[in-house]
Design a protein around this ligand. Structure first.
Ligand SMILES: *Cc1c(COP(=O)(O)O)cnc(C)c1O
Length: 360
């Protein structure tokens, strides 16, 4: 068996320890005589799995009691609709558009009410986070929406926007659990888990209780109403059982590694290796304004498409895979999530140096 260094933006690298543990438990989960995939979601054994996962997540993120944790399906994209359906009481919401995912959420919200784009970084191909300290937040906005880490463009909000008292809703798919967060600053924090936590098919929604109501837009399906899932502790219907089990294992792995403060330190160290190299390379250049750089997704280019393609191909042959940039931006992108070991980033930079020497 040989494992590569996988820089995929998502689905992405998971901790080897977690994968091995899951493999060991595949045929017989803790004496149950069956795989977690095969057991009832109403069983005692599974109830402990989902309850433990929630408890560990609450501990990791220090989630206050007046927030619910929901394990849902439909990916982050389903939330683009679910959020306005549940939260747009006045049918007005403000969006900060810092990339494709924010833009998709903004466009989806337009189906349900008046969605305003109150700030954008489209003028410079989303290579920065705009100043959000004094935005024209709408008087009657039900919420202000951000995509906190922009997976495709490699930018991250270093400071949350001043929402002028309005509820903040954040898509954290690609920075989930990468550093400590103050949950109380948000009304809703959500993300698909396939970037930094677990297998695709689970989306975690952390939502303040007062935002969970029966007063949703007319026609909102039962399955797309937060209250349905909150009242049933994420067991209204069959949840993505196996995915939640793996997420639970990743939560335990994170706790063992010292929690989110320790992860932040590790992630900063990893990212610095790559950014420091990019800042002095004569061949490779980062595409993001330094003040807005993500710790998780690092896009870079040579400025020459053929050279980019050559790099991606040769890197792959060297066991450094999935470095091709998003189809809409080209170039390269290294996603260096929690589970990417520092050795992976070191190997990437060593390879880039060698490539630079050989091709400059
Ligand atoms: C990947 C991603 C999405 C889309 O996730 P799906 O689960 O495929 O719907 C949304 N937002 C962000 C920030 C992402 O990185």
């Amino acid at each position: 068996m040989s494992r590569v260094y996988n820089f995929s933006a998502g689905p992405a690298v998971l901790p080897e320890e977690v994968l091995k543990e899951a493999a060991d438990e595949m045929l017989d989960y803790q004496g149950s005589g069956m795989s977690v995939m095969e057991m009832s979601h109403r069983s005692k054994v599974y109830d402990k799995i989902i309850k433990d996962a929630e408890a560990d997540l609450r501990e990791l993120m220090n989630i206050p009691d007046n927030y619910k944790v929901l394990f849902l399906q439909g990916g982050a994209s389903q939330q683009f609709a679910m959020i306005p359906m549940n939260l747009m009481k006045n049918r007005v919401a403000d969006y900060i558009v810092t990339g494709q995912w924010a833009k998709k959420a903004y466009q989806e919200a337009q189906k349900y009410g008046k969605a305003n784009c109150i700030a954008s970084s489209a003028d410079k191909t989303f290579s920065y986070i705009p100043d959000c300290s004094d935005l024209p937040v709408s008087e009657d906005a039900d919420y202000v929406y951000i995509c906190e880490n922009n997976t495709i463009y490699g930018t991250k909000f270093k400071e949350l926007p001043n929402t002028k008292g309005k509820t903040l809703v954040a898509d954290v798919s690609s920075c989930f659990l990468s550093e400590p967060v103050d949950v109380t600053k948000y009304g809703v924090i959500y993300g698909g888990v396939q970037k930094n936590i677990g297998p695709a098919g689970v989306v975690i929604v952390i939502i303040r209780e007062d935002l969970i109501t029966e007063d949703v837009l007319p026609g909102t399906p039962t399955m797309l109403t937060y209250k349905t899932h909150a009242d049933a502790d994420s067991l209204y219907n069959t949840p993505p059982c196996y995915g939640i089990y793996i997420c639970g294992k990743v939560f335990k792995w994170l706790k063992k590694r010292g929690g989110l403060a320790a992860m932040k330190e590790y992630n900063e160290k990893k990212a610095a290796i790559l950014y420091d190299y990019l800042d002095q390379s004569k061949m490779f250049h980062g595409t993001v304004e330094p003040a807005s750089r993500s710790l998780m997704n690092v896009p870079f280019v040579t400025g020459d498409k053929d050279l980019d393609a050559k790099f991606v191909k040769e890197a792959e042959a060297a066991g450094l895979v999935n470095l091709k940039g998003h189809r809409t931006v080209g170039g390269m992108r290294a996603s260096i999530y929690n589970a990417m070991p520092i050795e992976g980033v070191e190997a990437l930079v060593a390879f880039m140096k060698k490539f630079e020497e050989e091709n400059l």
